[in-house]
Write a protein that binds this ligand. Structure first.
Ligand SMILES: NC(=O)c1ccc[n+]([C@@H]2O[C@H](COP(=O)([O-])OP(=O)(O)OC[C@H]3O[C@@H](n4cnc5c(N)ncnc54)[C@H](O)[C@@H]3O)[C@@H](O)[C@H]2O)c1
Length: 401
């Protein structure tokens, strides 16, 4: 059997290549992103694709590249992939949902301290030649109350680190969450805003969060409280934030994400928040560290490798999730099908009719898809495989030995 081929675009971390090659996969790297036509040409005969955020994997590309079985988004977001179209074709998509969590948390901590000590105000004055030694408006973060809005991967990790620094942590999340350490869950966003010295947003980018934090919320904050947004730009009304900062109602802000962000490095950046004292602006770099890049490279390449080697779809963002170990029998049959009644029975009937004994079997479903993985002893014939492949409702059949 010829080796599986992978195409990795957009300068992925070398660790991704190492992991795939160690599994016997042939890897070709290309530095830049490709457009649709270039991608179709480059994917000829290729089973795995690795991309960051600039390469768009559209339905047209997938239609033209039937060899593709898996795609890795070496990023948090997966907007660059048409996930539904990939699922319909049995192309498993993976991402790295928490490889840069720690990086965002560390930046939030640095910014909280920096704003609480007004470091960027002093820094700017010093560069302008002004020596303004003063304790006015400078505080320790110890004993201050941090209000975390969105207690997911980042919010909950920040909770632990902030508590270790001596902060009181309160949080608000609209889903049930385990409060870590001594953190206190607040019943409403309003109650959090009224109690926090620092408010930091870590909600996700679901469409319903558009404009989530506006004038009403800023007005509920304690006078002089600090505000951080390292989540998504469209969640915050930046004009309302600007007003709050200029009036002094908000004591300072650190903003890493913006409603409109330049497309690429070097493009001009314009925001109403520019040139306001005690405001830190950064170009969406919360998760951008070399450690996070390496961890993303390792994490996503392992998901692709496992999918190829043992059919595991664990943490796939578009296929039913099955966490699998190495096959128990001589062969593993991975059958992705439409989620309709009777498919499992039909798979087993075909195997029985072809005299194939089942050693183990697992099934998972997700929306319109079902995924049944069957380990069988020796004796799996080409006829049996052909019969399974021809079953109505089959989306993709893979036999792993
Ligand atoms: N600045 C960066 O470079 C960077 C890097 C990574 C992630 N992010 C962003 O950080 C955010 C958080 O990431 P994560 O991995 O912790 O996500 P996550 O999905 O683990 O957590 C999000 C949490 O927010 C909660 N939530 C969503 N909407 C809410 C609402 N309206 N009210 C209250 N709670 C709400 C969810 O229940 C969940 O617990 C995301 O928006 C992500 O895009 C930014």
């Amino acid at each position: 059997m010829s080796p599986v081929r992978a195409l990795l675009l957009e300068n992925l971390h070398p660790q991704a290549t190492e992991n795939l090659e160690a599994a016997g996969i042939d890897v070709v790297n290309q530095a830049g992103a490709l457009d649709e036509d270039e991608l179709i040409e480059a994917l000829d005969g290729v089973e795995l694709l690795g991309i960051r955020s600039k390469t768009m994997l559209t339905e047209r590309v997938m239609e033209a590249c039937p060899s593709l079985i898996g795609v890795g988004a070496f990023s948090i977001g997966t907007n660059q992939i048409d996930l539904a179209a990939a699922a319909r074709r049995g192309i498993a998509a993976f991402n790295a949902p928490f490889s840069n969590t720690r990086s965002v948390v560390e930046m939030a901590v640095a910014e909280m301290i920096s704003l609480t000590r007004r470091l960027q105000v002093h820094n700017r004055l010093m560069h302008e030649g002004v020596w303004n030694k003063s304790a006015d408006g400078a505080h320790e973060i110890r004993s201050r109350t941090l209000g975390i809005v969105g207690y997911g991967n980042i919010g909950s990790q920040l909770s632990v680190v902030a508590e270790a620094l001596g902060m009181n942590v309160i949080f608000y999340d609209n889903a049930e969450k385990l409060a870590l350490g001594n953190a206190t869950r607040m019943p409403t966003l309003e109650s959090l805003l009224q109690a926090a010295d620092v408010v930091t947003l870590h909600v996700d980018g679901r469409a319903g969060n558009q404009g989530f934090f506006g004038r009403t919320q800023f007005e509920m904050m304690k006078p002089g409280a600090l505000f951080l947004n390292l989540s998504r730009g469209f969640i915050v009304d930046v004009d309302a934030l600007k007003e709050g900062l200029e009036s002094g109602a908000i004591g300072g802000a650190a903003i890493d994400v913006f409603p409109e962000e330049p497309k690429k490095k070097g493009d001009p950046f314009v925001s109403p928040l520019q040139n306001i004292p005690n405001v830190i602006l950064t170009p969406h770099i919360g998760g951008s560290t070399e450690e996070a890049q390496r961890d993303i490279g390792i994490f996503v390449s392992k998901r692709l490798r496992d999918y190829v080697q043992n059919g595991s779809t664990s943490l796939s963002v578009n296929l039913p999730n099955l966490q699998l170990e190495q096959p128990q029998g001589s062969h593993r049959i991975a059958h992705l099908h439409e989620n309709i009644p009777g498919v499992l029975a039909a798979v087993n009937r075909e195997l029985a009719e072809h005299n194939v004994n089942i050693d183990g079997q697992l099934l998972a479903t997700r929306g319109e898809l079902g995924y049944v993985v069957t380990d069988v002893a020796a004796g799996l014939t080409d006829d049996a495989v052909a019969a399974l492949g021809a079953m109505p409702g089959t989306v993709r059949l893979r036999v792993l030995s």
